[in-house]
Write a protein that binds this ligand. Sequence first.
Ligand code: ADP
Length: 208
Amino acid sequence: MSSNVVWHSHPVDQETRAKQKSQRPLVIWFTGLSASGKSTIAGALEQILTRQGYHTYLLDGDNVRHGLCKDLGFGDADRQENIRRVGEVSKLMADSGLIVLAAFISPFRADRRIVREILPEGQFVEVFIDAPLNVCRERDPKGLYAKAERGEIRQFTGIDSPYETPEHAEVRIQAGEVSVAAAVNQLLDYLHQADALHGGYEPVELEA
Ligand code: ADP
């Protein structure tokens, strides 16, 4: 970056925008294997939060690879760049006052730590969607594990590319065992305990 580029502080800041939305900006970062349930659980949580009056945006790994990150592949350096970009976008969206839900495999601890560190203190919530590899393989909603096992996709996380399990995630969801509704309630409960839901919240009704 050129040393002639100087940060310009504007009069309307994150606090102003957050106040206007009556909420605490946050990045809720979902990490886990492909098919562990990141998009499903993030989408369900977002639906509940918007219904209850919160302003949100869901950044989804597969979707950003159609646009912002369509020039990137799945080698280690491109994965790192992918997370760097979406981390910066998450930061901008949180700065705009939103509750951001980010669903990315984000397999490397160092990359997730960088996102945590670029955000203001307390605005990054790491959620480990922890479903065992054999469960993800069985679900295989997009047929990607089958392709990876046949060697038709290379550098597939869990098959021939590593996944580094979070060590200090704020929330761990055992997504191979609990229902989507139970996962959403676990998250709502955490957010409430962390004083992040000033507008209050209603738990999701669990199916009998
Ligand atoms: P990811 O975003 O992690 O790749 P997806 O959410 O796209 O995963 O896919 C997870 C699949 O598993 C979906 O087809 C979803 O319906 C299914 N599924 C079954 N049980 C659960 C659960 N308890 N939590 C999340 N997803 C589940």
